[in-house]
Design a protein around this ligand. Structure first.
Ligand code: SAH
Length: 262
């Protein structure tokens, strides 16, 4: 399955909470997710669920709790996932490939258009067991204060969901640019972009024609020139486009001569 609509990417990234003890943390996690646009919460054998306390802390995100899936094992929670990222504050005796929160966000967003992605979080008291972490592709470690870097589980969820959102926003912006054929920025193009010199030549030509047509007055300060420069900077025309426009300007000049204009 490949997702082409970027808006579906966040729905393909799930948060898995393993054996959560405090229902308040489940509620806070739901809120953390919803504020960042994630919706899929999976609870592996929660101690207490559903609960009023979870609902209170979820606040406007009770819908996430209502849709949450409760399962009997981590295996069940991640069975259909192509990428599994396990969050843990603890270094392991046999280290797993470690990435930080930012890399986690980037990876999750990149892969979620191809397959479901799981972000797995451990118990409040003892985190993820080794055999749980070893079911993950990466160990995600949020690099906190080395003297004490253990976050509350819902806060760890908030941070990683924020990283996911940041990368998702970046990806959405790129997709939108492409869709709208916006400025050519670091993309393959069929023609070389206009050089600074081409732009200068075009601007001089453009201004000359505007003056001859008396659209602008050469003696008055010309804000318009700044705006034309900004327009060209935004558009970043290529050489062919600019040559075509130069041709239009020349045709306008020739017509002007033909009709006896100055
Ligand atoms: N005493 C536990 C701490 C668990 S904190 C332990 O020794 O592991 C609860 C969960 O929050 C963790 O299992 C992990 O999923 C997440 N978490 C907390 N701090 C984190 C950090 N710095 N990096 C990554 N995940 C973290």
């Amino acid at each position: 399955m490949t997702i082409h609509d970027v808006s579906d990417v966040l729905n393909n990234i799930r948060v898995v909470m393993v054996n959560t003890t405090h229902p308040g943390n489940i509620g806070s996690a739901a809120r953390a997710m919803k504020t960042m646009g994630l919706s899929q919460l999976v609870l592996v054998k929660p101690k207490i669920f559903p609960s009023e306390e979870a609902d209170w802390l979820a606040s406007g995100a009770v819908d996430i709790l209502q849709q949450a899936r409760v399962v009997a094992s981590l295996e069940e929670a991640i069975a259909d996932c192509g990428l599994i990222l396990g969050a843990s504050a603890r270094q392991r005796r046999i280290p797993w490939p470690v990435i930080d929160g930012r890399q986690c966000g980037e990876l999750a967003v990149r892969e979620a258009s191809h397959h479901p992605v799981a972000l797995v979080f451990g118990r409040e008291a003892m985190g993820l067991r080794n055999e749980e972490l070893t079911q993950c592709h990466y160990h995600v470690a949020i690099p906190g204060n080395p003297e004490y870097s253990v976050l509350n589980v819902a806060m760890a969820i908030q941070l990683l969901c924020y990283e996911v959102r940041t990368h998702w926003l970046l990806q959405s912006a790129v997709a939108e640019d492409t869709a709208q054929s916006m400025p050519i920025v670091a993309r393959a193009w069929d023609e070389p972009l206009a050089t600074h010199q081409d732009m200068q030549n075009f601007q001089a030509h453009f201004v000359r024609v505007l003056e001859r047509l008396e659209v602008i007055d050469s003696k008055n300060p010309r804000q318009i020139l700044v705006r034309v420069k900004r327009l060209l900077a935004r558009v970043r025309p290529d050489k062919t486009e600019l040559n075509f426009l130069r041709g239009v300007l020349t045709a306008v000049e020739d017509k002007g001569k033909l009709s006896g204009a100055k």
